[in-house]
Design a protein around this ligand. Sequence first.
Ligand code: SF4
Length: 487
Amino acid sequence: MIRLLENSHEYNNDLRAMLMAFYPGEDISEKEDADARFTLVCDYDDTGATLHILEDGMLTGTERAIGDYKDRQNFRNAIKLAIYHLLSAKTGRVLPWGDLTGMRPTKIAMKALQEGETPDDIRRMYREVYEVSGAKTELALDVAQHEIRLLTGLAADDYCLYIGIPFCPSRCLYCSFTSYPIELYRGEVDTYLERLTEEIRMIRDLTRGRRLAACYIGGGTPSSIDETQTKRLLSGIAEIYPELAEGRIEYTVEAGRPDSITAGKLAVYRAYGVNRISINPQTMHDETLARIGRAHSVQDVKDAFAMARAEGFTNINMDLIAGLPGEDASMMKKTLAQVEDLAPESLTIHSLAVKRAARLREEFDAYGDTIHRDMEEMLDLADASARGMGMEPYYMYRQKNMGGNLENIGYAKPGTESMYNILIMEEMIDIMAAGAGAVTKPVRRTSDNLSERPQRVDRIENCKSLRDYLDRFPEMMDRKEKAFRRI
Ligand code: SF4
């Protein structure tokens, strides 16, 4: 536990984010605790703020941020740099992203490019203002340039559709999503799909006349429902959105767990226009798969991949996680070699995050230093592997509590990128979402120029729990419809 004491809470989130970057999974509290690793004191005054580290009552580090702390726009980076320097000196670690802790480290590069700044100006800014490493600066620039190119042709009125299936074969150690074990909830699936289809129909009514840019069926694990249910869902969607069944639009199904994939389900996906699937090994080591609670083997991944190719899928993504318990860089290397043999079209690399709602958070201490090992090296290996397969980085985001303050990054061969993955992060156009726990995000803008920041992005949240989604469906839909029509 780390104790945090402040005489103003103005930058509490920023201080916490930086503490998490250096100490992922650690509790942070104002309360006195004899077991606290150390106390961070942040004292704001008329000319800035002083940060102290106290250990066993002794002062072991001090940094000062200069400026008017009430001027958030100018002071925020000063205090972030001060805490970054303080923790960097304490731990002896330099973070590749410097003091950038936000969800989208590429946002700054994108904005600067759109405003006409040169790549060299942007490099200087990342280095001097945020102390980002040269390699991460190049990555941010690379991703920003790809995003700008890929988003050309998108209109302000376009929207994306997300459809959530909250069932999984088992619960992963690090999972913080809405997910129910399919074996226990089989009896609820048919009713769930009925409601879900009704909600998708309502979304179509709310968006009549607008262009659907991409559709993503995620979860959970959409492939955990059986073949008949899969067919019912996809045919229902095809009836509402015939353009999806015609294969004209990016249409992804996250067939995440290889053990839930069958040739029959893949054939149904193909028949209804799905043109991109994701088969997610996370690692190609059986002992790690068992440790993280995924009830499948490496062989299952290979079999599912071969099955998907045989069914004619030409755009397959694979997800991997860097920093899993018990893994190091040499294991990542072996995982990547096996992925290279399969030759997917795209690869998404996640840095393991220790989220509050995950079992991993409770069991974190049990993994000691076998977790988050060699993270930077793993990401470098993945970068080289993806580029070696002809892929380029095209989207990137970060989450809270990620080891080393690193990133999740998507690579793809040209032409196989997922617009949905970019748009869910960029919040440029509406995301319409159906299903338990799904969040619809209408974007409110004053002009149709997509390079301008939206005035507001709202959140219309569906009930998270499956029971509430089913029982309170009419009330929830009514609220959603009214909220959407008001916007
Ligand atoms: S497959 Fe995804 S949603 Fe399902 S338990 Fe694992 S992390 Fe959670």
